[in-house]
Design a protein around this ligand. Structure first.
Ligand code: M6R
Length: 605
């Protein structure tokens, strides 16, 4: 969470560069914002609670000039949302911004006798004091000493008052990337803020110290030896970052979904079969498998639940799915031939990174499905596989989810082929069904107005149930997360057959129930469950595959989904439920892209 930025240039434009970049970073946290801007006369700090545009409005006419600075957008951890706790924090000659959590900050307060000096409740201000304690003009040495005192996760961008036009940085876990142009250097928490400067970038290695001026970028290890970094390349265009005329990124990202899926799978299908040669993933990985352990959070975990069903049923591989946040604390005993599959849009989710580290310590092979290139996860795992969804900016994950599904389906197909649980022809047919997924999703987008209409009926609801069976239940788990995340309606998903074991007691006259019915072999059972809730007065809305509609009672509100093989209905169903959540949130007048209390990248445990 939190986004940090640093800039050193030759022109007096630090103010606008920092504010514009902070807007790109705002999806990481948006309760407070701040920056420090330096020029020949010194350094000034501007910060407040609220959004970037609110700070912009307050200070844009103040004639602020400076050629270097650091900035921060906050997702509060230590201390409430107020101006004092907003970053940057200062102590003596040190001004810094921070992304992460310092776990031993209380200990540091005692050790460095800081109680009376602190002006905020943050762990970050404590670090500013520790660094100032060690600073005697040699920044590299002081940062090296400071970092040995810290426990936790961090990325810092730092300015020393007596070193104008120099920005320092150090990180562990929380990412920092940087780039250089002819007249400036810039660092940030992610690539989106760099892409308007250059398509080449560097990743700051963990526990390395960056010194950046307008003319150069230098990196040192903790023994102060200089390190040479390899440049990497951004392969999407900066235009991908705009809203393209849509009111919210979420809508734009849903419209891009068919293409995101197509772009993810098209290079990985050769002669009708899944092919991972370009990912350097050999068949031997599938041959040797004893089982698969999937770890992920939130939406990414829901993609994992779908994959589990298919790995088991199609490829005959025993598969488990764990919340990444629970995984290491359960101390699982993994078979040596387990393949750990991590799924993450950002590649920065700390819980998922920790789960991977745990597996690596046990010499377990690790594969990750990631959307963001250059992310920490992509450098940690044995096999990084990238979805080609492009930047996803709305906090609610949409195109990343279906792209993850599509890549997982390819893995299932390859594993089934290699292990011989399906014939070549059966795998080819599986893959041609997958190739139809973008078309199915386009059909859903064509009917979005119908979904908009029924979404309007939910705006006064306080609580809602989503019910389904098999893969439908898994799609509804994701639909339910989406709805609660952006519309603030309490929503629960249940396996329909489970209702009568407890939850049905909550159904009363008018209770909204959203169902999905797309699985041919489960239709009669799903219909019985619908009748049970209707008999108790529920207001039922059903997302139904066209060929199954004839089975439904006339008084049920039906949203028609296109026809496809049951295993592939997750694609249109997911998109339809995303649209539903989106329209409910929009009709309620919320900031769909930035739901309260959430952040796009979750870098704290
Ligand atoms: O970046 P990741 O995929 O690792 O993020 C995991 C979750 O935080 C994320 O999917 C979250 O649940 C979404 N905001 C849901 O829309």
């Amino acid at each position: 969470m939190c986004g940090i930025i640093g800039y050193a240039g030759t022109a007096d434009n630090a103010f606008s560069v920092l504010l514009d970049s902070l807007e790109f970073l705002e999806y990481r946290g948006y309760d407070s914002v701040g920056m420090a801007i330096g020029n020949r006369e010194g350094l000034a700090v501007y910060k407040d609670k609220g959004r970037v545009n609110e700070l912009r409005k307050k200070i844009e006419n103040a004639g602020i000039k400076g050629n270097y600075g650091i900035g921060h957008t906050r997702w509060a951890t230590h201390g409430g949302v107020n101006k004092a706790n907003a970053h940057p924090h200062q102590a003596g000659k040190v001004t810094l911004v921070h992304n992460g959590i310092i776990e031993n900050y209380q200990e540091l307060i005692e050790r460095y006798d800081l109680r009376k000096k602190l002006r905020s409740e943050t762990d970050t201000e404590v670090v500013a004091h520790v660094l100032d304690h060690y600073y005697d003009g040699d920044a590299l040495k002081a940062i090296g000493k400071m970092v040995k005192e810290l426990k936790g996760t961090f990325s810092f961008a730092i300015i020393f008052a007596d070193q104008p036009n120099a920005i320092y940085a150090i990180r562990t876990v929380s990412p920092i990337v940087m780039t250089k142009t002819a007249d400036c250097s810039i660092l940030a928490s992610d690539l989106m803020s760099l892409s308007s400067f250059s398509n080449d970038y560097y990743v700051l290695p963990e526990l390395s110290i960056l010194k950046m001026t307008s003319s150069e970028i230098r990196v040192y290890d903790l023994s102060l030896n200089e390190i040479e970094l390899q440049a990497k390349h951004i392969d999407w265009q900066v235009e991908a970052l705009g809203k393209a005329g849509y009111p919210f990124y979420m809508e734009k990202e849903m419209m891009e979904e068919p293409k995101a899926v197509e772009d993810t799978i098209k290079e990985r299908i050769r002669n009708g079969l899944p092919d991972f040669e370009s990912d350097a993933l050999s068949d031997e990985v599938f041959e040797k498998l004893h089982s698969i352990m999937i770890v992920a959070c939130g939406t990414a975990r829901h993609a994992g639940l779908v994959a589990k069903q298919l790995f088991e049923r199609v490829a005959g591989i025993h598969t488990e799915v764990e919340y990444a946040s629970e995984f290491i604390y359960n101390e699982p005993n993994l078979h040596q031939d387990t393949l750990l599959i991590a799924i993450s849009q950002s590649g920065e989710t700390i819980d998922t990174l920790e789960a991977i580290r745990y597996a690596k310590k046990q010499n377990i092979r690790t594969l990750a499905i990631i959307n963001v290139k250059g992310s920490t996860m992509s450098q940690l795992v044995d096999y990084p596989l990238f979805t080609n969804a492009g930047p996803e900016i709305a906090v609610a994950s949409t195109k990343a989810y279906t792209s993850q599904l599509s890549l997982l389906y390819l893995l299932v197909g390859r594993a089934a082929y290699v292990r011989g649980t399906r014939t070549k022809e059966e795998v080819e047919s599986f893959i041609s069904n997958l190739q139809r997924a973008p078309g199915l999703m386009n059909q859903v987008l064509e009917c979005k107005d119908q979904i908009h209409q029924i979404a309007k009926e939910a705006i006064d609801d306080k609580s809602l149930f989503m019910i389904g069976r098999g893969l439908d239940y898994l799609s509804l788990m994701e639909g339910s997360l989406k709805l609660k995340e952006i519309s603030y309606i309490h929503s629960e998903s249940y396996a329909s057959g489970e209702l009568k074991h407890g939850p049905i007691s909550l159904i009363e006259e008018g209770t909204p129930v959203v169902a999905a019915i797309t699985q041919d072999h489960l239709v009669s059972k799903s219909l019985s469950n619908l009748k049970e809730v209707k008999a108790r007065g529920a207001r039922v809305y059903a997302f139904v595959k066209e060929s199954l509609i004839g089975n439904l009672d006339k008084d049920i509100r039906i949203i028609e989904l296109p026809n496809a093989d049951s295993d592939f209905m997750v694609f249109p169903t997911a998109l339809a439920l995303q649209l539903y959540a989106y329209y409910v949130s929009m009709e309620k007048g919320y900031d769909v892209d930035k739901p309260r209390n959430l952040a796009k990248v979750v870098t704290v445990e």
